[in-house]
Design a protein around this ligand. Structure first.
Ligand code: F6R
Length: 239
């Protein structure tokens, strides 16, 4: 696991952009994507690059990490809406090549199976990750077995509280999500984790400590041979 420390959020995004761009430039790559606040700056840079340099996404496939259960696909805070708003609507991607778990599916077990099969049949070239203040990756909360594959997860109180900033009230925050499992995430060829801000400092310190434990889901990444963690000074402040 390689740590790169940058001055601030903007510099973290620029560094991440360089790494993502190399993969996108191959033309027919498969990207694993994340939502949340952290990747927005990177998505803005990808959009800007598409507009300026005509970088094409026509043959790019994508798989998102997760989606809330219990809100409509069209809900402003669904990850489907988030991805369209922040990336897909601004690039030339073929929406048939875009994949997210369908948290609104009637049969959620079947949906987990469908998504998992897709992941088994496609190799993700680069998986983008954020990290929860509690060390979650995707919505794999502390205690999740490292051999987990796509499943329905109960969000912890901490995650619900952290995500309530996107909703009008905490009671509106979904309590469940469909997420790629840790095993799915580890199958990507390359993993790029971004973390900024003081509220991630504890999780980054624990990740840096190199102790592999299910209490810190992100620590599973130590078992992967190509992981780059890009952080700003605040997120690195306890290391
Ligand atoms: C998002 C996801 C989550 C976030 C994490 C950090 O698809 O799977 O693991 O990456 O909660 O979120 P932010 O970036 O909002 O701090």
């Amino acid at each position: 696991m390689k740590f790169i420390v940058k001055e601030n959020y903007e510099e973290v995004c620029k560094e991440a952009f360089k790494i993502m761009k190399e993969v996108v430039d191959k033309g027919n790559s498969t990207l694993g994507l994340a939502t949340g606040s952290t990747p927005i700056g990177l998505y803005n840079l990808l959009v800007e690059d598409h507009k300026t340099n005509h970088t094409s996404y026509k043959n790019i496939k994508t798989f998102n990490l997760d989606e809330y259960v219990g809100i409509a696909k069209s809900h402003y805070e669904s990850y489907d809406s988030f991805m369209k708003r922040n990336l897909f609507s601004h690039i030339d991607i073929n929406m048939d090549n875009v994949n997210l778990p369908r948290g609104y599916a009637e049969d959620l077990e079947q949906e987990c199976k469908r998504y998992n099969e897709l992941l088994e049949n496609n190799t993700v070239d680069i998986q983008l990750l954020g990290i929860g203040a509690n060390g979650h990756i995707g919505f794999n909360e502390p205690g999740t077995p490292f051999d987990s594959v796509t499943y329905i997860t109960n969000l912890t109180e901490k995650t619900i509280k952290d995500n309530s900033r996107f909703f009008d009230s905490i009671s509106e925050v979904p309590t469940k999500a469909i997420t790629m499992g840790i095993k799915n995430i580890l199958q990507a060829k390359k993993i790029l984790l971004l973390a900024t801000g003081k509220n991630k400092a504890e999780a980054i310190k624990r990740l840096h400590d190199n102790v592999i434990t299910e209490d810190l889901p992100a620590s599973a990444l130590h078992m992967h041979k190509d992981v780059i963690v890009i952080v700003d000074k605040d997120a690195y402040s306890l290391v």
